[in-house]
Write a protein that binds this ligand. Structure first.
Ligand code: FES
Length: 111
């Protein structure tokens, strides 16, 4: 089973975490199952950016993002070339290293 290494995030997983993922499972679902409460304001329907993740390793193993995902990602706080929406990016058979951005767009508005 592929593993996802979540890098430390000050609120969601201060020490980081290693999660066993199922092939075909979304990064978001794997995180939630392991108690890493990444936001998912639109309930995983590709209509917000709160589940934004940056895939630091293994990005190329993921099925490419759709146009809808790319359109949403354009609005994400802290967009990077290896950004994905956690609810849309499905784990393939390679291990991943994932960084959860410090802010979501909801936080960015508040600050
Ligand atoms: S939860 Fe809204 S796009 Fe992923």
């Amino acid at each position: 089973m592929p593993k996802i290494v979540f890098l430390p995030h000050q609120d969601l997983c201060p020490d980081g975490a290693v999660v066993e993922a199922e092939t075909g499972e979304s990064i978001l679902d794997a995180a939630l199952r392991s108690g890493i409460e990444i936001e998912h304001a639109c309930e995983k329907s590709c209509a917000c950016t709160t589940c934004h993740c940056v895939v630091r390793e293994g990005f190329d193993s993921l099925v490419e993002s759709t146009e809808d995902e790319d359109d949403m990602l354009d609005k994400a706080w802290g967009l990077e070339p290896e950004s994905r929406l956690g609810c849309q990016a499905r784990v393939a058979d390679e291990d991943l290293v994932v960084e959860i951005p410090r802010y979501t767009i909801n936080h960015a508005r508040e600050h």
